[in-house]
Design a protein around this ligand. Structure first.
Ligand code: BTN
Length: 256
């Protein structure tokens, strides 16, 4: 089956996944768009909508970074929801991604998980590679939860060449459609978790508790050991000058 034939299956196949769910009732499949985040907002926006694109030409990441998906080899998905707590939505999306991807890597003998607050990494003998990321944007009473996953092999340039890799680079073979279906179902389940279940599931997948990290928070550079981590309340960092509580809103993990 070529690419276009595969995409023609997406609307019907995704609608049948969404149909029994309480949280979603509409699917928009685009052959190409600049950013599914922008399309989701321009389109209404209507909570309960799932937007997916086969190719995304100007994807965004956190902190104004770009999310490169022009090659049409990944998942570019935005879920439109009623506005909520950004940190909780980010944790729900990160956990939803991890529930789908961790078993796929484990089946290949690889350790993977969440790099707080929003990244998904695989840890290999050759280093750590970013496979997926989550972006939460809120305005006018709606939240747009963006999920990007690198699925098929491609080349990255610049600093991404060092960091990024895809599922297929690690021997994982799954279609983009199958992954989209699993991610929607997983997110729908996770968003119904209470705070305790969400925090404990997040910790099951967390890669950084106990590690020595260097981070930037609100413009200040901090360094220390992560004592505990809660996806909504933040992490407790043991620094040379005492303990500090760090929230995820303005954090950038430089090294971990
Ligand atoms: C990050 O790693 O900083 C987050 C990346 C989020 C990328 C996804 S792809 C679908 C959605 N559309 C975008 O423009 N960004 C998100």
């Amino acid at each position: 089956m070529n690419d276009c034939e595969e995409h023609r299956l997406w609307p019907g196949a995704l609608e049948s996944v969404v149909e029994p769910l309480d949280g979603f009732d509409r699917v928009l499949v685009l052959e190409e768009t600049a950013s599914t985040q922008d399309f989701a907002r321009q389109d209404g926006p209507h909570p309960g909508t799932v937007v997916v694109a086969a190719r995304q030409t100007a994807g965004r990441g956190r902190h104004g970074r770009t999310w490169s998906e022009e090659a049409g080899t990944g998942i570019a998905m935005s879920l439109v929801l009623p506005a909520g707590c950004t940190r909780r939505l980010c944790a729900c999306a990160a956990v939803a991604v991890a529930r789908v991807l961790v078993p796929l890597f484990a089946a290949h003998g690889l350790h993977s998980g969440i790099k707080w607050p929003n990244d998904f990494y695989v840890v290999t003998p050759n280093g750590r590679h970013k496979i997926a990321g989550v972006l939460i944007e809120q305005s006018d009473g709606v939240a747009v939860v963006g999920i990007g996953v690198n699925v098929l092999h491609r080349e990255w340039s610049g600093e991404l060449a060092e960091i990024a890799s895809s599922l297929s680079d690690h021997g994982i073979e799954i279609t983009r459609l199958e992954l989209q279906q699993r991610l929607i179902t997983s997110f729908d389940e996770v968003q119904r978790f209470d705070d305790l279940e969400l925090a404990s599931t997040f910790r099951d997948f967390d890669l950084i508790a106990g590690s020595h990290v260097i981070l930037e928070h609100d413009g200040a550079r901090l360094e220390g050991r992560v004592e505990t981590l809660d996806p909504v309340n933040g992490l407790l960092l043991q620094t040379a000058s005492g303990e500090k509580m760090i929230d995820s809103d303005r954090v950038h993990l430089i090294d971990w």
